[in-house]
Design a protein around this ligand. Structure first.
Ligand code: DX5
Ligand code: ZN
Length: 214
């Protein structure tokens, strides 16, 4: 069964009230987009803000670090109830040591790639990581249109993962709605991130059902 990680990036206003409402749905995770204003132009939440929000949910957090220097964020986020901490392939750092650091904290590790990065670049890391976060938009903001080239990237990655017998989970992030969710699930995605689609209507559960029951 496909899992849904709800991105809170595009929530405006009463964040805690919306978190409490999402808590009542069967969404699997809260997807937390952390942006440093360097790896991507925008900034998003501070750790203090996320720590406060985390008190209102029993769902695990799926932390997506769109930051140049993830090391300094890992120890903080590892203190919360986190399922995955995901870093970006494109940060020009020693990825293996960062992956090890996440795992040493007892947290599952994800590696994300932007739409223009070849999926073959992450093959050497597949045995070490728990999740691949395939960006289906350019990282930086919510509400963008799904890039259709993602579907073939999911299929190719799924084939590589199956061929090697890895357990790596494929998560897709950006522009997910009922139609693009169907394409991603058919191609082999395990987790879908959705922000604007789920939040576009007051009835969050119906939207989540529409993503899951494709
Ligand atoms: C984009 C973020 C996404 C985004 C998803 O950089 O990583 O998680 O918030 O939002 P939607 O579902 O609106 O594309
Ligand atoms: Zn994200």
């Amino acid at each position: 069964m496909t899992k849904i990680a709800v991105s809170i990036l595009t929530i405006q206003g009463r964040l805690i009230d919306i978190i409490k409402k999402l808590e009542q749905t069967d969404a699997d995770y809260f997807h937390i987009d952390i942006m440093d204003g360097k790896f991507v132009p925008n900034r998003s939440f501070t750790f203090g803000e996320i720590k406060k929000l985390s008190k209102y949910t029993t769902k695990k957090l799926d932390v997506h670090l769109m930051v140049d220097n993830p090391i300094k964020y890992i120890e903080d986020y590892a203190t919360l109830d986190v399922e995955y901490i995901t870093i970006h392939y494109e940060i020009n750092k020693d990825l293996t040591s960062i992956i090890n650091k996440i795992k040493d904290c007892g947290i599952r590790c994800g590696l994300s790639i932007k739409p223009k990065t070849s999926i073959h670049k992450i093959v050497p890391y597949l045995a070490k990581i728990d999740l691949i976060l395939l960006m289906s938009v350019n990282p930086g903001r919510g509400g963008q249109e799904f890039l259709s080239s993602t579907v073939d990237r999911i299929k190719a990655l799924k084939e590589i993962i199956t061929k090697h017998g890895y357990n790596t989970v494929i998560e897709v992030d950006g522009g997910i709605n009922d139609e693009t969710a169907k394409l991603c699930i058919e191609a082999g995605a395990d987790i879908l991130v959705s922000g604007s689609y789920v939040l576009s209507d007051n009835d969050y559960q119906t939207k989540i059902n529409q993503l899951k029951n494709n």
